[in-house]
Design a protein around this ligand. Structure first.
Ligand code: FES
Length: 131
């Protein structure tokens, strides 16, 4: 049995709802590219959650490149945006699982990982390809 405070924190973090994304026609392209964020809103070495089409995606900019991975941890679905970014490594705030932001791979067991989404910059806007 988990201590009460721990259980409350776990429930709060795993029950994060998917948020409705912007559904304006101009922001969703037929080839899967979906508007996520204005480029100026994501600074070097930072990560931020976005919700294209309501999907929880974490964007991170490292070395000038923007990477997109699932915003929910592969362990128990804690929001990775509450964690921290160290170089190319995302560290989950709940139990410290570490993922490579470039590949989504869990660093301690390569067979586990996060979904990865291609990103692109166009006219000052960041897009995520949801397929
Ligand atoms: S939910 Fe356990 S490490 Fe992320």
């Amino acid at each position: 049995m988990l201590p009460e405070g721990y259980r409350r924190k776990l429930l709060m973090t795993t029950d994060e709802p998917e948020l409705p994304g912007k559904m304006e026609g101009a922001d969703i392209h037929s080839d899967g590219w979906t508007y996520a964020l204005n480029d100026v809103e994501l600074h070097e070495g930072q990560m931020t959650p976005v919700y294209p089409r309501g999907l929880n995606v974490l964007l991170a900019r490292v070395g000038g490149t923007v990477y997109g991975v699932s915003g929910k941890c592969a362990h128990m679905a804690c929001p990775l945006s509450a964690g921290r970014l160290e170089g190319f490594t995302i560290i989950c705030s709940c139990h410290d699982w570490r993922f490579d932001v470039r590949t989504g791979r869990f660093l301690d067991a390569q067979e586990l990982g996060l979904a990865v989404y291609a990103t692109k910059l166009e006219s000052g806007k960041l897009y995520v390809n949801l397929g």
